[in-house]
Design a protein around this ligand. Structure first.
Ligand code: DX5
Ligand code: ZN
Length: 215
């Protein structure tokens, strides 16, 4: 299974997002992770479709993975697809018909994924496993970058991996040189890292080091 590393633009300097996108592209990362926050769903607000558009303009070749931390993601799918999302991830805890939402994302010609918060049991993903391209296991409570990895989420990754051997499983939150290899051991193959990669003096070296640790 291919390992993928995704810098989260939330970890970049908000005053220079263009440079944040360039850094991610030049690091050799596999894709860019963009965190969209709705204050009805998480206790924070980040950015919207225009930043996804900016990422596409600055680095069209770097795929854009859009994580919708929204109560009603179903109302915004077309907007984010038009802005350049290559994958859209929606929360199991959101307030919409998920079966239809996941199907609509695929109908837009992009990949879907279902996200589970730390307190949501892994069993709740079972009814959706045949309808998704991936599962995103949150390893922090969504809303802020720079939090510590919650290791109690690791068994959830193993449970989902056992149920879906071929599926992409991503982790998001607190990813670094220690927690990413641990998540890989549990069965994840896609790894988001925001503050760890953007705070590294050399993001390219940090991405290469992560790839070494995953060998
Ligand atoms: C949290 C976001 C994460 C976050 C990761 O709400 O979904 O993507 O940016 O940042 P770090 O790696 O700093 O935990
Ligand atoms: Zn995220």
């Amino acid at each position: 299974m291919k390992y993928e590393i995704l810098p989260s633009l939330l970890g970049a300097d908000i005053g220079n997002l263009r440079e944040g996108v360039v850094k991610a592209r030049d690091s050799g990362a596999d894709a860019l992770h963009l965190d969209i926050m709705d204050p009805n769903f998480v206790p924070n607000i980040s950015f919207g479709p225009d930043v996804v558009k900016l990422a596409r303009t600055v680095a069209p070749e770097l795929p854009r993975c859009v994580h919708l931390m929204m109560r009603r993601p179903d109302l915004y799918l077309e907007k984010f697809a038009a802005a350049g999302a290559d994958a859209i991830q929606v929360h199991l805890e959101s307030d919409c018909d998920l079966h239809s939402c996941l199907a609509r994302i695929r109908a837009l010609g992009i990949k879907n994924a279902l996200v589970v918060n730390p307190e949501t049991p892994a069993e709740k993903t079972l009814p959706y496993l045949k309808e998704v391209d991936g599962i995103l296991v949150m390893t922090v409570h969504p809303g802020y970058g720079g939090q510590s990895f919650i290791s109690e989420c690791l068994p959830k990754i193993s449970f989902i991996r056992a149920a879906a051997p071929e599926l992409d499983i991503m982790i998001d939150g607190g990813g670094n040189g220690q927690t990413i290899p641990l998540s890989a051991k549990a069965g994840a193959n896609q790894f988001v890292a925001g503050s760890f990669l953007y705070r590294a003096p050399d993001m390219k070296a940090a991405v290469e080091d992560l790839r070494e640790r995953l060998k």
